[in-house]
Design a binder for this molecule. Sequence first.
Ligand SMILES: Cc1ncc(COP(=O)(O)O)c(C=O)c1O
Length: 411
Amino acid sequence: MYDIDKIRDDFPILKTKMNGKRLIYLDNAATTQKPQQVISAIVDYYSNYNSNIHRGLYKISEKATQKYSESKEIFAKFINANSIEEIIYTKNTTEAINLIALTYGEKIIKEHDHILISEAEHHSNLIPWMQLAKRKKAHLDYIKLNEQKSGLDIESLKEQMEKKPKITAIFHASNVLGTINNIKDISKLAHKNNSSILIDGAQSIPNIKIDIKDIDCDFFVCSSHKMLGPAGIGILFAKKSILADMPPLFSGGDMIKVVNKYSCAWNDLPWKFESGTQNIEGAIGFRIAIDYINKIGVEKIRKYEKDLMKYFLEQTNNIKNIEVFGPKNIDERVGIASFEIKNIHPHDIAYIFDKQGIAIRAGHHCAMPLVSELSKEKALARISFYIYNTKQEIDESIKAINKVKNIFKIE
Ligand SMILES: Cc1ncc(COP(=O)(O)O)c(C=O)c1O
């Protein structure tokens, strides 16, 4: 059973008020709230065993080191990776993609080579490739949107693959459209064309079961803060065979095994890619977030999210002059819905929602090429759900939409 009252009870922030109203938090695609269990784990670390990892020959440092490693073990299991050797902690998804572009990308991309992304990428999965292409005088190619602008055009994907890109980097779930890509098929197609493939899983891993072996991608990236964990922890999964040959991006403490005055030997995987003191409390909190998700079950989370999305789409369907973007079929989308109300700027929508105690996002959503295609204002309002949201909160959002329309005298 999905015990929504119990889940909500675990999130202290949901008991707080915003502008005098009980907070309704619908900006989960930006970051999710944290359960008490995650907050307590971080407080416990700082209160009871704060110390550095991998270097202290004393009890509390050994405990911190063990907790840090356990966090990776739990995550490796969560995505069905072979071992922690394939799991590198970064600052966030953005840093994970940059790490790949600046090491692996730098090594394999040569002049006139092709790098393939799509028109619907988050800037995090666009700018690092744009910069790499510029540095190397390579081509940056785009998979086009489909005619309905609800997802990617499969013909365009196939056409672009014929150019034999060296790297394909693509989102799993869109942070604007909510659309879920069939990444297993895309990975297969990429490999058939000798392209390595990176999956941006920032918006999929909170809700969709990830089996890295089944997907068979070379790289998978995501962020702890979008799945109940602390900010400052991003995850890069990469196949061991690739990591073994990849140079480190940063060098210094902890990423070496032996150092002489004029040479050094890199540390084993994954530590070769983690230099200096890491985000220890972040890793500890992240582990507890995964435990929390596992306790509910990703499949149950996905089902709950689909119910909420179905309800939201039904409710907005009855409202005039509103357009909700993304696929109509809830099986093809996660709990993210960007929308537009005719002749009203999204910032005005977000402002009026805020006054009702409802947090939503409005703007270009770090996806300017896509949002410019969808909206003449080059901005959209966006509602995004997570495990603690309810249908009553959607009802309040519908009231807020009607309020916006009344204020602006839109039919
Ligand atoms: C699809 C997608 N990719 C990448 C990112 C970047 O994540 P982070 O800000 O944690 O680096 C986001 C953040 O919203 C996202 O939605």
